[in-house]
Ligand binder design. Structure first.
Ligand code: 5MM
Length: 336
């Protein structure tokens, strides 16, 4: 089993492969299951995750999967731990270690991610359960006044402390600062905020002596707010995103794997593809949740008879994004 930080980071930075984010917390997966009118129970969540992880040929396009804590401890129907099913295919399991959002006192009605207490001890268990990388997500609201200075600096500090603890536990941290798509802000405002956020994150990583060679950056793309009347084109999104990343992310970082953050599956693939049309200092790939899972979940609809079709749909989305991670995606018939 892969154990040193360098091998793990290199594995996650393979060109033409990406990460599947399947780490929805209990509240979030319930919302997803509500859309297919399926009750969220320990066994329905397990069945769904088993469908994802056993999709044929997934390993050709996916090098890692992020799991929720419950999933890391679950077994497939035949008794094999779900994490072992991934390892056996050469896909590394990772673990979401943050404990969600709480109000950030004295901020502009903003939130901060919690979960640092007891983290070193939790890592001992996760490592034994097979996890080899971790994830912590910080979120930033955007409007004319937000994110506030307090939000930017406290989130960066927490991300850096988490990343240092993760490396110390022998695992690679996914550092995820998500500038939210919600709002009427335009592309320029998103660019300005993303740049400030990333600068603060890399400054904090340096202060906490995090080895940049052994992290994965999982940022949001620079994109118009979902309520902005003037939606930027795919070319503008790709251009602004790469511009900010080049300014803020040292080339020592091996791979940047975007979140999809509310983009449609096709948009997320198109944007990634456009960015990969040029030479870049890092591997640039995906760590999508919704943009990979939504069509698969819809096709499954909680019905075992649909499993094969749902798995094929998941693998196909992963294949298209793997092409986009090389700038080789040719488009597709559907536009959503
Ligand atoms: C899969 O969803 C992840 C967990 O979310 P909650 O903590 O809210 O349950 C989420 O962090 C996800 O990994 C990222 O946001 C990327 O997913 P999307 O859907 O934005 O690509």
């Amino acid at each position: 089993m892969m154990s040193d930080l360098n091998s793990i980071a290199q594995h996650l930075a393979q060109r033409g492969k990406g990460i599947l984010a399947a780490d929805e917390s209990t509240g979030t997966i319930k919302k997803r299951f509500d859309t297919i009118k399926l009750e969220s129970t320990e066994s329905s969540r397990r069945d769904y995750r088993e469908i994802l992880f056993t999709a044929p040929n997934l390993k050709d396009y996916v090098c890692g999967v992020i799991l929720f804590e419950e999933t890391l401890g679950q077994n497939a129907a035949d008794g094999t731990p779900l994490s072992e099913i991934l390892h056996n295919q050469g896909i590394l399991p990772g673990i979401k270690v943050d404990k969600g959002l709480i109000p950030l006192v004295n901020s502009k009605d903003e939130k901060i991610t919690q979960g640092l207490d007891g983290l070193p001890e939790r890592f001992e268990k996760y490592y034994k359960q097979g996890a080899r990388f971790a994830k912590w997500r910080a979120v930033y609201d955007v409007d004319a006044k937000r994110p506030s200075m307090i939000a930017i600096h406290s989130a960066a500090e927490n991300l850096a402390r988490y990343a240092a603890i993760t490396q110390n536990a022998g695992m690679v941290p996914i550092v995820e600062p998500e500038v939210l798509i919600n709002g009427s802000h335009d592309l320029a405002r998103c660019e300005e905020v993303t740049e400030r956020v990333l600068r603060a994150v890399f400054r904090a990583l340096a202060i906490h002596k995090v080895t940049l060679e052994h992290i994965v950056l999982k940022p949001s793309m620079v994109i118009s707010g979902d309520n902005c009347p003037n939606q930027a084109s795919a070319e503008e999104v790709a251009e602004a995103t790469v511009r900010v990343l080049k300014r803020c992310v040292p080339s020592a970082v091996p791979t940047i794997n975007f979140l999809s953050g509310g983009q449609t599956p096709v948009q997320a693939t198109e944007h990634l593809n456009l960015m990969n049309k040029q030479q870049l200092p890092w591997n640039l790939s995906f760590s999508y949740g919704r943009a990979l899972q939504e069509p698969c979940l819809k096709a499954w609809a909680g019905n075992a008879a649909n499993t094969k079709e749902a798995q094929e749909i998941l693998t196909e989305r992963c294949r298209l994004n793997a092409l986009a991670a090389k700038g080789e995606y040719q488009g597709e018939e559907t536009t959503v």
